[in-house]
Ligand binder design. Structure first.
Ligand code: GYE
Length: 333
């Protein structure tokens, strides 16, 4: 079951080498220090901004609870990078075996992750990715989704849908609700969508702003879109289900019919969002899978034991729309 989550595996990392301070000259491996087989994982979760995030946190906590070899230290950063940096420093001070972090934004991790490396504590990136000079050397494994591919899927789905509706030659004005600015989820999904817009000469993004992945901000930003572009909007692409829920409320409040007057594409695949597909208010949801807890614990354990792990693990994902929604409900989150 769990193996089905894996789509692609890229590269191998020899953890033993990493733990021995490979390229960094840093002392004895943590794995050699203790022999009780127990693994202490410090997890810096970025926040609790969405249903996806809540499901991800629960998955991590349940996986730790169900594994008597794992001790989990959990910290919620409330969507603030500085809180994540302090949490990581705390984990280093406590001498955890492995640090897992879901990075709120892509940049600005070099200093603190170098501190972890200098302390010989391996790092697992969860969900989102990081960028910067030589950052590949600062983590052992990343487990998450291909965000750009998700954006591409949104555009491809829209092409197909418009063809089916006989609307592929019409002008399509797109309002684009983005996730947290500078997060790899926002950057990737935006890149994928914008490629699709470039390839379709009759599509245009007429509104684009972040709603920070929350329902409240999604509603607020959609209200602003409707105020300035009102009747011109044909399509809403919203980078997560929570913002989409808020946007639907805003659309209904101005007397428009979501899913009909405005085609709506969302990301994640919560049960609430699939219910909205059933109700005709959302046209498609690009799945993003938050259930990575067991994979994180398995990877942490392998790292502690000096076994090989994959450098990048992509989670497998689908697309939900009116054609397959019934067979995919209820959702686990
Ligand atoms: O889509 C959103 C959450 O990084 C993939 O973050 C994750 C995104 C997810 O807040 O709901």
């Amino acid at each position: 079951m769990k193996k089905n989550l894996f789509k692609t595996m890229l590269g191998l990392v020899i953890c033993g080498a990493f733990l021995a301070g490979c390229g960094n000259g840093g002392g004895d491996a943590k794995a050699d220090d203790k022999s009780d087989g127990k693994v202490t994982v410090g997890f810096s979760q970025l926040g609790a901004e969405s249903q996806w995030r809540t499901a991800n946190t629960k998955s991590v906590q349940d996986a730790a609870k169900n594994n008597d070899k794992i001790t989990l230290k959990f910290s919620d950063a409330q969507q603030k990078q500085e809180n994540q940096i302090s949490a990581i420093r705390n984990f280093i001070q406590q001498g955890v075996d492995v640090i897992a972090v879901a990075p709120v934004v892509e940049t600005g991790w070099e200093t603190v992750l170098t501190e972890a490396k200098d302390a010989n504590i391996p790092v697992i990136l969860v969900d989102r990715q990081i960028t910067g000079k030589n950052v590949d050397e600062l983590y052992t494994s990343w487990i998450g989704a291909d965000m750009k591919e998700e954006g591409v899927k949104a555009a491809t789905w829209l092409e197909g849908y418009l063809k089916e509706q006989g609307k592929d030659q019409e002008q399509m004005n797109i309002a684009h609700l983005q996730g947290t600015t500078g997060s790899s989820a926002q950057v990737g999904r935006t890149e994928g969508l914008e490629e699709g817009v470039k390839a379709n000469k009759n599509w245009k993004i007429i509104e684009q702003q972040s709603g920070n992945f929350t329902r409240a901000e999604g509603k607020e930003v959609m209200e602003a879109f409707l105020k300035s572009s009102g009747d011109k909007i044909n399509v809403l692409v919203s980078e997560n289900d929570d913002m989409t829920m808020g946007a639907i409320q805003a659309i209904e409040e101005v007397g428009k019919v979501p899913g009909k007057d405005i085609i709506i594409i969302s990301f994640d695949g919560t049960n609430d969002a699939l219910q909205q597909i059933k109700d005709g208010k959302i046209n498609a949801v690009i799945e993003c899978n938050p259930l990575s807890g067991e994979d994180i614990m398995e990877t942490a354990t392998k790292i502690k034991n000096g076994e090989d792990v994959e450098k990048e693990v992509f989670v497998e994902e689908g697309i939900f729309d009116a054609k397959n929604v019934e067979e995919n409900m209820p959702r686990p989150y």
